[in-house]
Design a binder for this molecule. Sequence first.
Ligand code: AMP
Ligand code: MN
Ligand code: MN
Ligand code: MN
Length: 287
Amino acid sequence: MEIQDSLIDLHCHSTASDGQLTPPELISRAVANQVNIIAITDHDTVAGLPMAHGYIAAQNLPIKLINGVEISTNWKNHDIHIVGLNIDPTCPELENFLSTQRELRNERAAEIGRRLEKAGVLGAYDGAKSYAGGAALSRGHYARWLADNGYAKCVGSVFKKYMSKGKTGYVPNNWQSIEKAISIIHLAGGQAVLAHPSGYKFSAKWLRRLVREFKEAGGDAIEVVLGQQSLNDRANLIALSHQNELMGSLGSDFHFPGGWLDLGKNMYQPKGVNWIWESEKWKSNIA
Ligand code: AMP
Ligand code: MN
Ligand code: MN
Ligand code: MN
């Protein structure tokens, strides 16, 4: 497959984490949207990948699936997400690391439930668990349950009211470090990408600091094109990628149909970016 002229989306979620489409449904939607190369990057799990590969092979679909994962890390008490691309999902050290992350997720989720219960929101833990359908719990599951049960008008307002820093349902994270996540991704043969850098709502100074420390920790690339962003934001991220000698990646961070984001939507490839798929590692993998 020619990488040039491909529609590429390297960040999205399935029901293996907090997405709402199963891996086959996600692949079908990507094909319908004419995406040629997709990475499924579920939170702290690679469980959705075999089913997605199996579906592509069985249906002989014209799409290339990159093995991915999105790892939650702690940087100065902020939740920072690192996407791993081209990882070997069978790497035992990776699987161990991710299984610890999922335990931390479930412990945190139980504490979120207790805090909400104290504040008079009853049944949220069981509700979130039923939404997760066996996946490790995410704040996204809680937010959907709270929105559906009338605690706020939409998932976005649930986050503002309950789930963001300082609010009733926010539990300080105890994720592992950026360095640890990057070294595990490398051990599994992958490349480490700083996810949605503008999503952390940092000041320009703190964002520069994060990107610099990510690079110093061994990071390979940063997402410069997101599903929703201003031209200014994109230019700023491209400049940060150049200043720190990081490659560029792109991804919609799609979770469910019906919102603003979609697979492949707004996945522009502006000139002047050192794209991650042009790196040596991809040549053998994509051919
Ligand atoms: P967690 O990984 O459990 O901390 O949950 C983070 C997830 O919650 C993200 O991956 C999104 O799916 C979702 N999320 C975070 N912030 C928001 C927001 N402001 N509005 C809607 N969903 C959000
Ligand atoms: Mn999510
Ligand atoms: Mn994320
Ligand atoms: Mn994501």
